[in-house]
Design a protein around this ligand. Structure first.
Ligand code: NAD
Length: 495
């Protein structure tokens, strides 16, 4: 299916329980494969945010939502999971048109979203509050109550999965959610909201307001009735959100950028390591927060690894995201490709040599899309900007290492701390290095694998807070303690 010949689809926002045009200017979204127009919609305004939040606040307090038992909310979440599964191929195709990811990746993201809702349905009805050991004649309890209306702000790179990871635990907690998807990829949040309505979610419990971050996102964060922000995006925007949130002591989860190291040890299974490093950096065209963009390879296997990696990269199938065989699609926009190209020029100025790629692919298939070849650099120092900054594109730096302590210092000598990978057959080596790495996730002899049951998040400038895992429901709840007196006599102090 190509978007080229089709008229663009009109999309609505979901504000105050109504599907309608938002109040701001109309804009188009584009298919990154050929730059054709895919959809048109109106951007939301600050007034739209205010209206959505006020309505959500009333809706969440009504018995139709606040009165539901956990197993009843779980029923809705489970029906959302089924709704996603029932429309999975259609959703995968729509997401491909939205952000240009290869169809096999968007299918995986849709499956992950369905799995997320199913997981939080189970977690919702099995999560328990606790009676804690009391130190007197009273019963002590630790209870949890929904925060209220929360905001979710998501980026363009993995829409349906990012949104599910925020919406599902928030609904499980009993909150209402106002979602602000990335301006250029609004489609999945809109489709999710339709599915949620069909699943019986009351009006106003989920709103979708596409539009500019500086307008919609900013107002959402500032609104006094928004009690939490779950944000995934760049570190720069995340820092601004943290500052605004601090002014009203609002909790946030900030899933931010990364510059993840992958380490190939002397004893690594090179077949696995090459495949893992390749997948870690070039899947999603490197537009992934966890992209393994710095590969530290032990000197004793460096040349062997390098030649195998180059050969594997040459065979990567870059092209039309609608084709089953495609492994790497286009970058999100022409502007983003220019940013990646500027980084490649910087890499050359910083003393790097390009082993593969570094340019746009040639041929008429690539004329209109924002394609860029998978690119491998060597000869860069870990101190260069290329090795310090997140490029968010298919650009890998190969770095040889020999001393383990120095390796760990280099891996950690970076502002980011999202993820890392270790390739080794020796469990003691893996444990030593893994414990020393300052990252939120360590992958061992695998990379970019995920379970919804395992918490995810970063350290340092990669963010704070965690998503995923059943306890993440509590992130959307206030903890409240009860001391329940059992005394037959008044408190003796009054005597
Ligand atoms: P971005 O920060 O530009 O935008 C993310 C979202 O924030 C969008 O919805 C955007 O409209 C909104 N936004 C922008 N300015 C805002 C403001 N002033 N106030 C409120 N909201 C605002 O990021 P992006 O370019 O869409 O996505 C790429 C970035 O996301 C990369 O840095 C990547 O590493 C990061 N990311 C992190 C994770 C993770 O889990 N850690 C996952 C995916 C992407």
């Amino acid at each position: 299916m190509s978007a080229t010949s089709k008229p663009s689809t009109p999309l609505n926002a979901l504000i105050a329980g109504q599907w309608r045009d938002a109040s701001g200017p109309e804009y188009f979204t584009h298919y990154p494969h050929d730059n054709s127009k895919v959809a048109h919609l109106h951007a939301a305004t600050k007034e739209d945010v205010d209206e959505a939040v006020e309505f959500a606040e009333k809706a969440r307090a009504k018995p139709s939502w606040a009165g539901l038992k956990a197993h009843e909310r779980a029923g809705i979440l489970s029906r959302i999971a089924t709704g996603i599964k029932n429309r999975s191929e259609e959703l995968a195709q729509l997401q491909r048109l939205d952000n240009g990811k290869p169809i096999n990746e968007t299918r995986a993201l849709v499956a992950s979203a369905a799995g997320t809702f199913q997981y939080f349905a189970s977690a919702c009805e099995t999560l328990e509050d606790t009676i804690t050991p009391a130190r007197g004649d009273f019963i002590t309890m630790s209870m949890h109550e929904p925060l209220g209306v929360v905001g979710a702000i998501t980026p363009w790179n993995s829409p349906i999965a990012s949104e599910a990871q925020k919406i599902a635990p928030a609904l499980a907690a009993g909150c209402a959610v106002v979602v602000k998807p990335a301006e250029i990829t609004p489609r999945m949040a809109i489709e999710l909201a339709k599915i949620a309505q069909e699943a019986g979610l009351p009006d106003g419990i989920l709103s979708v307001l596409p539009g500019k971050g500086s307008v919609v996102g900013d107002q959402l964060i500032r609104h006094p009735k928004i009690k939490r922000i779950a944000f995934t995006g760049s570190t720069g925007v995340g820092l601004g959100i943290a500052q605004l949130a601090a002014q009203k002591l609002m909790p946030t989860s900030l899933e931010l950028g990364g510059k993840s190291p992958t380490i190939v040890c002397a004893d690594a299974d090179l077949d696995h390591a090459v495949a893992g490093v390749l997948f870690g950096i070039f899947s999603s065209s490197g537009e992934s927060c966890i992209a393994g963009s710095r590969a530290f390879v032990h000197k004793s296997v460096y040349h062997e690894f390098k030649s195998r990696l180059i050969s594997a990269t040459q065979h990567l199938r870059v092209g039309d995201p609608s084709l089953e065989k495609t492994q790497m699609g286009p970058l999100i926009t022409q502007a983003h490709r220019q940013t990646v190209e500027q980084y490649v020029e910087l890499g050359l100025r910083e003393g790097g040599q390009i082993l593969f790629g570094g340019t746009r692919p040639k041929g008429s298939d690539f004329d209109r899309g924002s394609y860029f070849l998978p690119t491998i650099f060597e000869g860069l120092s870990n101190q260069t900007q290329m090795c310090r900054q997140e490029i968010f594109g298919p650009v890998l730096a190969l770095l040889p290492w020999s001393d383990e302590q120095d390796l760990i210092t280099q891996c950690n000598d970076n502002d980011y701390g999202l993820a890392s990978g270790i390739w080794s057959k020796d469990y003691k080596t893996v444990w030593r290095i893994g414990r020393a790495l300052q990252t939120g996730t360590v992958w061992v002899n695998t990379y970019k694998t995920f379970s919804i049951s395992t918490p995810f998040g970063g350290v340092k400038m990669s963010g704070t807070g965690r998503e995923k895992g059943r306890m993440s429901i509590h992130e959307y709840m206030n903890q409240k303690s009860y001391y329940w007196g059992l005394n037959e006599e008044p408190i003796p102090w009054s005597k």
